[in-house]
Design a protein around this ligand. Structure first.
Ligand SMILES: [Zn+2]
Length: 243
């Protein structure tokens, strides 16, 4: 057996703290080792032909923090989309459905959902930051109503019997869909309003479970299983959402 064949290639695993990093490893004629985290969450490591397995592991370990952050980011938000430009014809989502922007000039500002369109009226239709602000305000107003309704509905589960309706608020968050503070306040990401109702219910139910079990313990997941037996399916759907 040649030394090349003995060297580890293919799928490798590195344990880093409480995290596990699975990565595919290949060797090729190249100068430097490269590490890529693909939008699917797969970690691809390409090493120079001459590198030893130990040297590769040392380098992957050195960048483990970065790999985990990248992976979490993709897991939370799915594929990274090009930034929105807030121009005519551009697609934006609301409750899992796609709508196109139709921007027109007018004396006052307004946003309406009509058919498959966001009808936006603004004094200067070339001012994309004004369009963005109008749309964000519209999302926020609708999210406030929708999340409140869903929160009350999710709270009806027998799992939450006796629980008071928690204080909650909307945040624009980069990395998480929702969170629950130590003193029991639920934060929901504004961007959730772009996903579908089953996904929104999943995030709300997840956070409601945190009012009872603060950490991601076995007891937490047992509670979540009881409150929402199909939460895994919803979570996977949420992870595929393009924002
Ligand atoms: Zn959680």
């Amino acid at each position: 057996m040649s030394s090349m064949a003995e060297r580890m290639t293919g799928c490798q695993t590195l344990v880093y703290g409480s995290e596990t990093i699975d990565f595919s490893l290949s060797f090729s004629p190249r100068k430097r080792l490269s590490i890529t985290v693909e939008p699917t969450g797969c970690v691809v490591v390409k090493a120079p032909e001459q590198a030893t397995s130990e040297a590769v592991l040392v380098q992957v370990r050195r960048r483990a923090g970065w790999i985990i952050r990248q992976r979490d980011r993709f897991a939370a938000f799915g594929p990274v989309m090009p930034p929105k430009r807030y121009v005519n014809g551009e697609t934006h989502r609301y409750l899992g459905r796609q709508y196109r922007l139709r921007i027109s000039q007018g004396t006052s500002s307004s946003v309406k959902l009509l058919g498959r369109y966001f009808e936006i009226v603004t004094p200067d239709k070339s001012d994309s930051s004004a369009v963005r602000e109008l749309l964000e305000t519209w999302y926020r107003q609708h999210a406030e109503q929708f999340f409140e309704t869903r929160l009350r509905q999710c709270l009806q589960s027998p799992c939450f019997r006796g629980l008071d309706a928690p204080a909650w608020s909307i945040r624009l968050m980069k990395r998480r869909w929702g969170s629950c503070t130590k003193n029991g306040r639920i934060l929901l990401n504004l961007l959730l309003i772009q996903t579908s109702p089953p996904c929104i219910d999943y995030v709300i139910t997840h956070e409601l479970c945190h009012l009872i079990e603060h950490n991601h313990t076995a007891a937490f997941y047992q509670l979540l299983d009881r409150a929402m037996p199909d939460w895994r399916k919803r979570k996977r759907k949420l992870e595929l959402h393009e924002l």
